[in-house]
Design a protein around this ligand. Sequence first.
Ligand code: HEC
Length: 194
Amino acid sequence: MDEADHSLFSRESLARSFSAQQLRVDPGSPGAASAATAGQKVFGHVPPRRSPLHAERRDTPRRTVAATIAAIIATVALIGSAATAWAQDVAAGEQSFKKCLPCHAVGEGAKNKIGPALNGLEGRKAGTIEDYSYTEANKNSGFWWDAASFKDYIKDPPAKVPGTKMMFPGIKNEKEADDLWAYLRRFGSDGKPK
Ligand code: HEC
């Protein structure tokens, strides 16, 4: 093999002849990009360390993290304000319960007064405090206490339980009724807050 033959098979000359065959395309033609890629595959290509594509890939997770943190902060704030609103409702309900105090007690050691003790109301059947003497109307009313039945009852007690001896005109204001329920539902049957 002479010098010329040898140089024909050297890496540089191969590269040159390959490029001449494969990459001789109009740079604007659709084949240009794939020809260039083919050339890169054969002869190796070291990508620039920070191509615009890489820069974007690096930024995306950061933006995602920032968005996640913002979402967490917003959620915590929301839970915080919901908790504050709930505490305000309960406090307002406690105030409103003063209207019921002449006849009802609630909480630890609560006794029946003119009306039954109101512990463990949520989920309990109406007219079922054992040592209280209800009217037949209340005893046989046949519903369970929950937010909906309580609100329905308290806005007009004789309308929900015709013949009840609860002499009380009712709470017409929906927000006040909600607050009252927020306050009352907390007491378990032992009178301890749930
Ligand atoms: C003037 C007295 C009086 C007032 C004031 C009063 N109640 Fe009553 N309440 C009664 C009586 C008496 C009963 C029993 C009714 C019956 O047996 O028919 C009763 C029954 C109830 C019951 C049914 C309990 C059960 O075990 O089924 C609930 C609930 C209730 N009252 C809530 C309230 C709330 C809340 C207030 C205040 C907003 C209030 N009451 C104000 C006298 C009163």
